[in-house]
Design a protein around this ligand. Structure first.
Ligand SMILES: Cc1cc2nc3c(=O)[nH]c(=O)nc-3n(C[C@H](O)[C@H](O)[C@H](O)COP(=O)(O)O)c2cc1C
Length: 356
């Protein structure tokens, strides 16, 4: 078998492994948290609001969402992935959320898997985000990337940054040069906005500045404290690679600090990485995020309960968000962004690092 052919098979198997591992909690961060728990909204006993009158609408990447929620990038490239993409995209469409496809590298390597990413038939109106790794994008013609976007009808392209995960992944990338330059090139050449996106290790203020200077205006934080993608690859690795992964399992900038970094640099933040409930979404918005995003939690709800299970999880999140907004005296997402909040000591230290 040619190394190209075995590479293609490897991608498919890796994606299946990822789904299996993410159906469990074995891939969570161990000690590091999102630090969202250090954001406390202030209780208002006289909110003068009706819970049914809370307005969750928001705008993201030029589209209006019915609620500030995104189902973040997960998968594509094989049959099981198709079921996940088609069902979750339909849910996002019907509920007025954003939806992210998993890495479209598989689709570029094997055009016969394109259907597993093509969700527009089931999700005609959803805010749809395509996905490609910055290292792959660096080595691809921009026309090929533009075609990939067109083939799925994406409204934006997430360019994922994942150096920590790649260093631990068996056979992963080692050369991360010219990443910023690649993003700047894509921002200029593509017909849709480029979203800078991490994969579980968060966004430092230095990275946020580089993204902003490359012309990016929206960033998906994928901060530390949720799914550890170093952890996922550690469970697939052996020998020194595994030891490296165990050392780096909790590496990264917590989600709350990542949101602060992105917002302070004047960009829109999609807060992902360890979001568990509506309070987490509210906390991220109070730090300035435009929306909160869920990956593993919604995937697990889908694995355990199918479409109904995923919808029940998302219903719960929306109800929790509405409750927290009412109790914080915020009638709209904009008001929530300005709501009084207290910040705990660790997050304050991260913020000081940003603001110095
Ligand atoms: C099964 C699964 C597959 C994923 N695949 C991708 C991917 O292909 N591209 C990407 O940018 N992020 C991918 N992610 C990362 C998520 O988009 C998200 O950034 C990360 O898991 C943190 O969010 P969480 O803590 O809610 O899981 C994947 C996540 C899961 C759970």
């Amino acid at each position: 078998m040619s190394s190209e052919a075995s590479n293609v098979l490897d991608i498919g198997q890796r994606k299946v492994d990822h789904l299996d591992l993410c159906a469990t909690d074995a891939v969570a961060f161990k000690k590091v948290t999102t630090l969202l728990e250090e954001v406390r909204l202030v209780h208002q006993s006289l909110p003068d609001l009706d819970v049914d009158g809370i307005d969750l609408t928001t705008t993201l990447l030029g589209k209006t969402l019915r609620a500030p929620i995104v189902i973040a990038a997960m998968t594509g490239g094989h049959e099981r992935a198709a079921e996940v993409n088609h069902t979750l995209a339909a849910i996002a469409n019907d509920r007025g959320y954003g939806f992210g496809l998993g890495s479209q590298r598989a689709m570029q390597k094997r055009p016969d898997t394109a259907w597993t990413f093509q969700v527009r038939e089931k999700a005609p109106d959803v805010l749809l985000m395509g996905n490609v790794g910055v290292v792959q994008a660096r080595d691809m013609d921009v026309e090929i990337i533009a075609t990939m976007i067109e083939q799925v009808g994406a409204d934006a392209l997430c360019v994922h940054l994942n150096p920590a995960m790649e260093l631990v992944q068996p056979g992963g990338d080692r050369d991360f040069t010219r990443g910023t330059e690649t993003i700047a090139r894509l921002v200029k050449a593509l017909p849709v906005p480029v979203v800078g996106k991490e994969t579980g290790n968060g966004i430092s203020v230095e990275t946020a500045r580089k993204l902003r200077d490359a012309g990016v205006s929206t960033v998906d934080t994928s901060g530390a404290g949720g799914t550890s993608w170093v952890g996922v690859e550690t469970l697939r690795a052996e020998g020194d690679q595994k030891t490296l992964g165990e050392m780096l399992w909790d590496w990264g900038v917590p989600t709350a600090a990542s949101v602060h970094n992105v917002v302070r640099c004047g960009m829109h933040a999609i807060a992902t990485g360890g979001m568990k409930n509506g309070y987490d979404v509210a906390r991220a918005i109070a730090l300035g995020a435009s929306a909160g995003g869920f990956a593993r939690q919604v995937f697990q709800a889908f694995v355990n309960g199918g479409r109904e299970g995923a919808e029940a999880f998302l219903n719960r999140v929306e109800n929790e968000l509405r409750a927290v907004m009412l109790l914080s005296g915020a009638q709209s997402v904009d008001e929530l962004r300005r709501a009084p909040r207290m910040i705990g000591p660790q997050l304050r230290e991260w913020m000081a690092l940003t603001d110095r």
